[in-house]
Design a protein around this ligand. Structure first.
Ligand SMILES: Nc1ncnc2c1ncn2[C@@H]1O[C@H](COP(=O)(O)OP(=O)(O)OP(=O)(O)O)[C@@H](O)[C@H]1O
Length: 325
């Protein structure tokens, strides 16, 4: 773990911190469960001198609208109370602005919170807002859409696509696992050409992961060398395997064995253009985001936008995820 060098967010300014809390009542289960904790968080922040207001989303898209208004009003921080999907909506608006992202995790998996060590309970997470530090990190883009964590093409894109369309979604993590098992064995490998900062790579892939950060789905690490402030994308291409081989790959990644390297190709760069012969499903920060183009002269483009987002994170950070001390 690394000692933070920034000051606490609350002492950076002589005036009160202005914050907008955006809560997704549908994230990770029922709102009733969180209602009192959200009220307690508001009063905790106000007691600590913050000017904090709350907006509840009514439907997908609201979080982005609220965040856009906050950026226009030059509010210091938008606090996303939800999961990674809500965070993804908010960062579309915060990117390139001086408004920082704070997070109170209340989603299903909460990958960003796990990655940087934000406590998964409301009381711990709000402590981080007041006593944490602000850092500037990179964001990535799929075409023009920002993402904070990672994007995937192949099996996980098919899973995200299916989850959106089936009632299994209501089963939460269990629904995901059932669909992931189905596609993990059933999704066909695909031919792909990657152009990475001018270098061409042609492979038969099962799965491509483009990571700004390391943690994947809360447990695995495909882009285990990624740093969120190094100005680079980390790319892990899982190569074609038969059904038995896929189980071996999964086990090697779950157990983080050194031999996992033989099943993949690991690259780093700033811009990667991806060409697939047939359309392949894409997920971004866990949500389905369409298919790769199969037009011969058109690419699906991923790039890194260095220093695009200010984030409020704990004083103690995982040193392997940050370059700047
Ligand atoms: N009031 C709402 N009603 C329906 N959908 C909403 C609402 N507010 C936000 N959403 C959408 O819900 C989706 C899922 O939310 P979110 O990702 O925050 O929770 P989750 O899926 O439980 O958590 P995680 O992504 O960490 O697993 C987001 O894509 C967001 O756009």
């Amino acid at each position: 773990m690394q000692e933070g060098t920034s000051e606490e967010i609350s002492v950076l300014s002589t005036r009160p911190i202005r914050a907008l809390l955006i809560a997704n009542p549908t994230a990770g289960g029922s709102y009733l469960h969180h209602e009192q904790q959200i009220a307690d968080t508001l009063s905790y922040l106000r007691t600590n001198g913050w000017q904090a207001e709350l907006q509840l989303t009514q439907e997908a898209g609201n979080a982005g609208t609220f965040a856009r208004a906050a950026v226009q009003e030059q509010i210091d921080a938008v606090i996303a109370i939800g999961g990674d999907g809500t965070i993804n909506e908010v960062i579309q608006e915060l990117a390139g602005s001086s408004t920082a992202l704070g997070v109170i995790p209340s989603g299903t998996v909460n990958v960003w919170a796990r990655e940087v060590g934000i406590p998964l309970d409301f009381a711990g997470a709000r402590e981080v807002l007041v006593h944490g530090q602000t850092r500037t990190i990179d964001l990535c883009q799929l075409n023009e859409h920002y993402f904070l964590l990672m994007a995937g093409i192949g099996i996980d894109g098919a899973v995200a696509h299916a989850v959106e369309q089936t009632p299994l979604k209501r089963l939460g993590v269990l629904g995901y696992l059932l669909i992931a098992t189905w596609y993990g064995f059933g999704h066909s490998p695909f031919q792909v050409m990657l152009e990475l900062d001018g270098k061409t790579i042609k492979v038969h892939a099962l799965q491509i992961i483009i990571g700004n950060t390391q943690l994947y789905g809360g447990a695995l690490k495909y882009t285990w060398l990624a740093k969120c402030d190094d100005g680079l994308l980390d790319i892990c291409v899982v190569l074609k395997r038969n059904i038995f081989g896929r189980i071996v790959v999964l086990l090697d990644f779950l157990l983080r064995r050194e031999q996992r390297r033989q099943w993949i190709r690991y690259e780093r760069g700033q811009v990667v253009k991806i060409y697939t012969r047939y359309p392949e499903p894409i997920q971004v920060d866990g949500d389905y985001k369409g298919f790769t183009t199969s037009q011969q002269d058109e690419a699906t483009v991923f790039k890194v936008i260095p220093g695009a987002l200010k984030v409020i994170v704990p004083q103690q950070l995982p040193s392997e995820l940050f370059t700047l001390r």
